[in-house]
Design a protein around this ligand. Structure first.
Ligand code: KG4
Ligand code: ZN
Length: 343
């Protein structure tokens, strides 16, 4: 069975085709992606209306590209999946509209997929896929969550951020440092030149014993420290600040993840979402896992940030389990806000 996936929840248009046969892990046949980062850069963040319009422009050419790469006729598509939420309402509606129209034209069912379920299952597209159950650290631009994953569709939320997400902390600190949007990769790059103990930045809730996160105070601390450096901080200071901010975020993420693993007694960890591409986070998690004799699974690097492959994959894995995609009131019933444990 061939499942097409369309992602349009934020600032990336993604289309992908996966093949699923029996109980085997679905196979990625082709995927294509367009990032709007350059377009939003001028505004310092995502402009929702521009995002929606760009998805409209990109989605059909990307679809053609995927079908050509997979040497697949559109008539051979058996299911059309799309991101139903969470995300920007107008952006989600583009993917939903195209998917529903395709489903109608081809006479095949459509499936609305939860964006975070896509991230969570994305390591199944790697060469070393995990086995259930596992702990998942989900770190994206909008979410920071620790989940216990017992199987497809069986997700228990263990803890999440009470304010900013880890990606947001990266992006906002980067903005204060005058780096472009999205700030995460740029801040990580600058941090390589700096010392991570140069500034003692807060690590909120580090020893709370709970699995909640709070990152909103970090940007304030970065702002105050930067102000103290005067209007034109030197390159060294900026790099030191980037390294210190990254270290603060990573320390908290690693400590809470270790606690979740300890509390649950589970032996496997999955890291997903855009911040999962961060090299310092990866090396610290790998070191912690090695110390505890645990296994860490990541999606392929190119599939850490938003993409269509994870949406097609999540749909295919739900189909394998015979899971109902959820009742929808109509073809445009998207869910801009949609907690993962409510699917
Ligand atoms: O998962 P994602 O692509 O989109 C959402 O669903 O939000 O995550 C985007 C987030 C942004 O905040 C971006 O700055 C961050 O992931 N990010 C990184 C890195 N690459 C992307 N943060 C730190 N280091 C990176 N290398
Ligand atoms: Zn995402």
């Amino acid at each position: 069975m061939k499942v097409l996936g369309i992602e349009s929840s934020c600032d990336e248009t993604g289309v992908a085709l996966v093949e699923v046969d029996g109980p085997e892990t679905p196979r990625l046949l082709a995927h294509a992606l367009h990032s709007q980062a350059d377009m939003h850069q001028a505004y310092g963040g995502v402009v929702p209306e521009l995002a929606s319009r760009d998805h409209v422009r990109r989605v059909i050419p990307l679809l053609r590209q995927v079908l050509a790469e997979a040497a697949c006729d559109i008539k051979a598509v058996d299911r059309v999946a799309y991101t139903r939420g969470p995300g920007l309402a107008g952006a989600l509606l583009v993917g939903a509209g195209v998917a529903e129209a395709l489903g109608l034209a081809l006479g095949v069912p459509t499936l609305g997929v939860h964006h975070l379920e896509g991230h969570l299952l994305s390591p199944f597209l790697s060469d070393d896929p995990p086995q259930f159950p596992f702990i998942a650290l989900l770190v994206s631009g909008g979410h920071t969550q620790l989940m216990q994953v017992d199987g497809v569709g069986r997700y228990v939320l263990l803890g999440e951020t009470i304010d900013d997400a880890a990606g947001e902390a990266f992006d906002k600190s980067a903005k204060l440092l005058g780096l472009g949007y999205p700030g995460g990769p740029a801040l990580a790059l600058l941090a390589e030149q700096g010392r991570d103990d140069a500034y003692a930045l807060p690590r909120p809730l580090l020893h709370s014993g709970r699995l909640d996160f709070s990152f909103a105070g970090l940007k304030t601390a970065v702002m105050v420290r930067l102000r103290a450096l005067g209007p034109d901080p030197g390159e060294r200071q900026r790099a030191d600040m980037a390294a210190s901010a990254q270290a603060a975020i990573v320390d908290v993420l690693v400590a809470k993840t270790e606690r979740a693993l300890k509390d649950s007694g589970l032996q496997r960890l999955v890291v997903a979402g855009g911040v999962g591409a961060n090299r310092r986070l990866r090396s610290r998690l790998d070191a912690m896992a090695a110390r505890r004799g645990l296994k860490v699974h990541y999606p392929p690097l190119a599939l850490c940030t938003d993409n269509g492959a994870m949406i097609a994959l999540a749909a295919a894995m739900r189909l394998q389990q015979g899971l109902d995609p959820g009742r929808r009131a109509g073809p445009f019933d998207v869910r801009p806000r949609w907690p993962l444990d409510q699917i």
